[in-house]
Design a protein around this ligand. Structure first.
Ligand SMILES: [Zn+2]
Length: 503
């Protein structure tokens, strides 16, 4: 930053000398044009040609002057901001800049449109199933800062309809979670779940090939195939020589990936003969593990038909119909000692209702175990794009501290929380009285700034077609990004994104 500031006068001089030369050449052209006009009215073609060249040169010069003035203004603003904020707000000279330079000017605006998802008729044509939140859905606090208008659909060609991309993601000033302050409910949300592969566009929108995690409804043929493959069980040894097409290899993979949770729960709770429910079970690995090791009485709530079918077929676990994310309810009787939730807080349409439903069905002193919850560090401090990460099913995002606070506000006291190897969070909490929560001003400020910078970086790295969609906010984002240090001009005057510091 200081290097950039010191080099400003030199860069300004460089521009002025180049600008001077350009102006001299232009004035020569104008003189020649005046001569032409004076000496002949018949040499129309040459005059037109000359006039055209002069116009072009003028336009280029104007653009250059505009860009350089904008660049210098932005750099000075950034420097002033850094001076105000002290050393912490200034970069130390060894920042990592993006290899691709960023356009300073907005693209020509285009009318924003999307192709329909799968040619299917989108639900809710009158837009009645949008919820607009006036308070945080996790802690009910009424103050928040909107940091991004868009979910991942802004990057994609297909969407349910033209209103689906706008979520107005906001940071709550009390618990610190990020939430979609505009979010789909009812059929609108169900439609997103039904078209999971297209609207999340993982693997470029290709169909999920893992039979155990298949989100599509099952046909009779699918059921027969799953039944036949599942008959070989989970632990299919290599020495038997079965081809991978003859059994369900993902079952053991899921077991390996999730056995740590069986171990952690066993070590912390000793859940002997406990009554356990898992919400959004994948392949039933954790429940079967707890049943084998501790004699737990287990129940599962799957999200896809494929999982519902396999949980019964492979492990003989009692299952519910697929989960309703909007109006969440537990369709089993009685109270539980432990409720496990896989990747649920990030998706719940009504977070507090969801947690209250679980809390009401836990025994006094009962436990909630969350796992596979993404930590927003992946885009606040890591290399992920915030726009690409927040697909339209992601209604909440958080870091460890925000999740702990949000749970406390809903009557869950955290007992143990860790990051898994893939950086997702897992957390054990105990039923307690809800407590008032707050963040320090410093923490709130840091969180809002981190989100604004992540948004700026994500916008600036979009491709040309998305840049045209974002033409209205482009220049604001560029100016804000330079002022906040999310982007910088390099020594040649090209704008580049600054990689976040990993602390
Ligand atoms: Zn909150």
């Amino acid at each position: 930053m200081w290097r950039t500031l010191v080099s400003l006068p030199r860069r300004a001089l460089g521009f002025l000398s180049r600008g001077e030369a350009a102006l001299a050449a232009l004035s020569k052209q104008v003189t020649r044009l005046a001569d032409l006009l004076q000496h002949s009215v018949k040499r129309d073609e040459a005059t037109r040609d000359e006039l055209h060249k002069v116009r072009q040169a003028l336009a280029e010069l104007r653009r250059e002057v505009h860009d350089r003035l904008l660049q210098n203004t932005m750099t000075v603003t950034r420097a002033a901001r850094a001076l105000e904020g002290g050393a912490a707000a200034s970069s130390n000279g060894d920042v990592r800049l993006s290899s691709r330079p960023i356009m300073v000017d907005a693209a020509d605006p285009v009318a924003v449109s999307w192709e329909p998802v799968f040619g299917a008729d989108a639900p809710d044509p009158e837009g009645r199933e949008w919820l607009t939140l006036a308070a945080c859905p996790a802690c009910a606090h009424r103050h928040f800062t909107v940091v991004s208008a868009w979910n991942k659909l802004i990057l994609l060609e297909k969407a349910p309809d033209a209103t689906s991309a706008r979520y107005d993601y906001a940071v709550c000033h009390a618990c610190g979670i990020l939430f979609a302050s505009r979010r789909p409910s009812g059929e609108r949300y169900r439609f997103l779940m039904q078209h999971f592969e297209e609207v999340t566009a993982k693997r470029g929108g290709e169909a999920v090939t893992n039979l155990v995690l298949n989100p599509r409804p099952l046909s009779d043929v699918d059921r027969d195939q799953l039944r036949r493959l599942a008959a070989n069980g989970v632990f299919v040894s290599d020495h038997i020589g079965l081809s991978r097409r003859e059994y369900l290899a993902p079952l053991l993979r899921d077991r390996f990936e999730n056995s740590l949770h069986t171990d952690v729960i066993g070590a912390l709770l000793s859940p002997r003969n406990a009554r356990v429910l898992e919400v959004r079970s994948r392949a039933g690995s954790i429940l079967d593990g707890l049943r084998s090791a501790w004699g737990a009485d287990v129940y599962a709530m799957p999200i896809w038909e494929s999982q519902q079918f396999l949980l019964g077929e492979v492990y003989r676990i009692t299952t519910s119909p697929p989960i309703d994310f909007d109006h969440f309810a537990i369709p089993f009787d009685g109270a539980f000692d432990l409720v496990l939730c896989n990747h649920m807080i990030t998706h719940a349409v009504r977070v507090s209702d969801f947690l209250a439903t679980i809390r009401a069905r836990l025994k006094p002193g009962g436990h909630l175990y969350l796992h596979n919850e993404p930590d927003d560090a992946e885009f606040l401090k890591g290399s992920q794009s915030m726009l690409a990460t927040l697909n339209p099913l992601h209604l909440q995002a958080f870091d460890q501290a925000s999740l702990v606070r949000a749970l406390a506000a809903n009557g869950f006291e955290t007992v143990f929380v860790k990051h898994q190897k893939n950086e997702t969070l897992f957390l054990l909490a105990r039923v307690a009285d809800p407590v008032p929560i707050t963040m320090s001003d410093k923490e709130r400020q840091a969180r809002v700034v981190a989100y604004q910078q992540a948004y700026d970086r994500a916008v600036l790295r979009v491709d040309d077609s998305t840049r045209a969609r974002l033409s209205r906010e482009w220049v604001d984002v560029v100016q804000h990004a330079v002022a906040s240090g999310a982007a910088e001009f390099d020594e040649r005057g090209q704008l580049r994104i600054v990689a976040p510091s990993a602390d």
